[in-house]
Design a protein around this ligand. Structure first.
Ligand code: SF4
Length: 705
């Protein structure tokens, strides 16, 4: 038996794993004791990883060969790679010639490795010439990206996981790490046990397992996070808890913000947020006066039409109290996916360029053209996720290349997404798993290698780059994602009479190109190599001569003048207001033991022990008022669509709230879409992240035939 060190492919904690195998089959997995994210521990999902790679799963659930549908709706038939690549290149060239490069969209994933991201980014921007490349990370962390940029000057979480142990007060907002980031939650539990007087504040409309650990749970009305942060800041200013020297020396814009929050008295805030006024004063005191206060936040802030405002309002609190740039303090955005951070670093998104460059700046495009040795690049930001599918539904995007993600389940407002996929002339799906909802729409299915079979790097929430290593070969003819993009790019270049623009021979070649794009930037990794990662283990960027656990400790932020910016954004309610016909505020989220659309985690029967079936959860008082009973089938209806689910009574859901897990799609609940049949495509104007956490719905007894 052999062992190979790699990284868990699920969440952004980025735990190190040791894969046990015989060179052909993965037989076991355990935590890597030397990995600084998890020190040998794994959660339920991670410790069952080997069961997602059994011979039965590989035989029945993986794509093994390139496949093609002669017509939509037909059974796909196998074809060789050479023919598939040639046909795809020819069809993309024909669409490009007839309708221009902008008629092609590429939609990728935070599950891809940094090297895959780099290959797809170059394929889109340098080879095809389309600006329309975006990632499903748009759905999970783009508000955090813009929040950091607007306040601290760069998309860089300033903290480390060790700050969880060093903090005296932890404020968790819009996150349930007990389920979504379990190893970090274990670290938090241990830290609290070792630190008398530790304070934990949890801000969440639901009483989650995380909230149960809290000293103070602020169970606010969904969508009122900005109002709460303004109220907390008002209390801080009123009590004189501001860090005046820090504000004067290291920030700009405080007076404007002070004027904005003047009216947000704790009394008014309590009314808007549905909280006790005393709890707001208490939270403000603990946060401002503790020696070190850390905030952890995730989708509850990000997935909102006010996502950026929610992020900046929380960061304002850190800046006003000086709770930043010191051990145990700072605003720490948790990433959902294993390599959302790597996608941000390599700029594989419509609103980013490699090395944290800005597609709105001509000099940044010129930099990239020089680095990639091409005469020109598209020169403007592209369509973000929701916009890309809307453009396809309108017939403007005519070809979609989708890699390692399942938009026919995960994107909001499925009616638009399905229309887009049906209307496209060409849909290419590059996937490891054969049975996703999106696969039904694909003209070409390209088999991709996945965890345990791939080589490259990922970056976790604390900016730590870890190696991903192959233990066994991929099944059948499956290939590395970067290789698939690379080979078709070469054929497109040849078809355009050009020398190849993507000419790597290995994943490491692509990583070296990525590294070159970071030189001199805030995320500079010019001093790092794969040899260093192999010898010294995972490292945090920036890495010029050594890794960097904490940013801005010299008091200089990443803005032109070195001062952080207070951002004064008014509180706005969610995009869709509930009313008499649609009275419930629906939120979506994760279950503890499942991952995304369950294409991987759904293959392990034991992972259904925690939650075996989909349901809509309602507060028992709401159900009683409507004479609805536990287990009864109900119709959940919004302005976009409806779905039928069993009802679950759950006192942890707030009154007038409703909750449906994101994981179950049509493969699991029959001939209907999952929760995104009813969600909507409204998004934050700054980050373009859709509002998956708030839709107005009706819940009624299902009319059964
Ligand atoms: Fe994997 Fe996240 Fe669990 Fe760690 S906490 S084992 S990265 S799913």
């Amino acid at each position: 038996m052999a062992e190979t060190k790699s990284t868990c492919p699920y969440c952004g904690v980025g735990c190190g794993v040791v894969i046990e195998h015989d060179g052909a089959q993965i037989t076991g997995v355990r935590g890597d004791p030397g990995h600084p994210a998890n020190f040998g521990r794994l959660c339920t999902k991670g410790s069952n990883l080997h069961l997602t790679a059994t011979p039965v799963v590989i035989r029945h659930q993986r794509l093994h060969q390139p496949m093609k549908r002669a017509t939509r709706g037909a059974r796909p038939a196998a074809l060789g790679w050479e023919q598939a690549n040639r046909e795809i290149a020819e069809r993309l060239l024909a669409i490009r010639a007839a309708h221009g490069p902008d008629s092609i969209g590429i939609y990728i994933s935070g599950q891809l490795l940094t090297e895959d991201y780099h290959a797809f980014n170059k394929l889109a921007r340098a080879v095809i010439g389309t600006p329309h490349i975006d990632s499903n990370s748009r759905l999970c962390m783009s508000s955090a990206v813009v929040g950091y940029k607007q306040t601290l000057g760069a998309d860089a979480p300033p903290c480390s996981y060790e700050d969880i142990e060093l903090a005296d007060c932890v404020l968790i907002s819009g996150a349930n790490p007990a389920w979504a980031h379990p190893i970090l939650f274990r670290r938090l539990e241990a830290a609290r046990a070792n630190k008398p007087g530790h304070k934990l504040i949890v801000i969440d409309p639901r009483r989650t397992e995380t909230a149960e650990l809290a000293d103070l749970h602020l169970q606010l009305r969904p969508g009122t996070d900005v109002a709460l942060c303004h109220g907390l800041l008002h209390a801080v200013i009123w009590q004189g808890w501001t860090a005046d020297d820090f504000i004067a020396a290291h920030t700009a814009g405080f007076d404007t913000l002070k004027a904005l929050v003047r009216d947000w008295t704790p009394a008014r805030t309590a009314q808007v947020c549905g909280l006790n006024e005393a709890d707001i004063w208490q939270a403000a005191e603990w946060f401002a006066t503790s020696p070190a206060s850390l905030s952890l936040y995730c989708q509850g802030l990000n997935q909102s039409s006010a996502g950026t405002a929610k992020n900046t309002a929380l960061i304002n609190l850190h800046l006003a109290t000086g709770q930043i740039a010191k051990p145990g303090a700072g605003p720490f955005s948790l990433t959902g996916q294993p390599n959302a951070m790597g996608g941000r670093e390599s700029g594989g998104m419509a609103t980013l360029l490699p090395g944290h460059r800005d597609p709105g700046k001509a000099e940044d495009w010129a930099d990239m053209a020089t680095l990639w040795n091409v005469p020109d690049l598209p020169g403007q930001p592209g369509h973000t996720a929701v916009e890309m599918f809307e453009a396809a539904a309108r017939g403007e995007i005519r070809a979609l290349w989708i890699a390692c993600t399942n938009p026919a389940q995960s994107m909001p407002d499925q009616a638009v997404v399905r229309r887009a996929l049906e209307r496209c002339e060409l849909v290419i799906l590059q996937e490891a798993f054969a049975h996703t909802a999106t696969a039904r729409y694909a003209d070409y299915l390209l088999p991709a290698a996945t965890w345990g079979e791939k080589e490259g790097t990922v970056t976790n929430s604390e900016r730590r780059i870890s190696r991903v290593r192959p233990a066994v070969p991929p099944p059948g003819e499956a290939r590395a994602d970067w290789r698939i993009a690379h080979d078709i790019a070469a054929l497109i270049d040849a078809g355009l009479g050009r020398a190849p623009r993507l000419n790597a021979t290995s994943a490491e070649d692509l990583w070296l190109e990525h590294r070159a794009a970071t030189r001199g930037r805030d995320l500079d990794i010019s001093g790092l190599s794969w040899a260093t990662l192999d010898a010294d283990g995972p490292q945090q960027w920036p890495y010029v001569t050594a890794g960097t656990p904490r940013l801005y400790t010299d008091g200089r932020f990443a803005t032109a003048d070195g001062r952080a910016r207070f951002v004064a954004k008014a509180y706005l309610p969610p995009a869709e207001a509930p009313g008499p016909r649609l009275p419930f505020e629906l939120t979506t989220g994760r279950m503890r033991d499942q991952w995304h659309g369950m294409s991987r985690s759904g293959s392990v029967p034991g992972l259904f022990a925690h939650e075996g079936r989909p349901a809509v959860r309602l507060h028992p008082a709401d159900a009683a008022r409507r004479k609805l009973a536990e287990g009864e089938l109900v119709t959940v209806r919004s302005r976009r669509g409806e779905l039928v689910l069993p009802l679950r009574l759950d006192a942890n859901v707030p009154p007038a709230g409703a909750d449906i897990a994101m994981h179950w799609g049509e493969e699991f609940i029959g001939a209907q879409d999952g929760v995104n049949a009813v969600t909507h495509g409204a998004f934050c104007p700054d980050s373009r992240q859709p509002e998956l956490k708030f839709s107005a719905v009706a819940i009624e007894p299902a009319a059964l035939p």
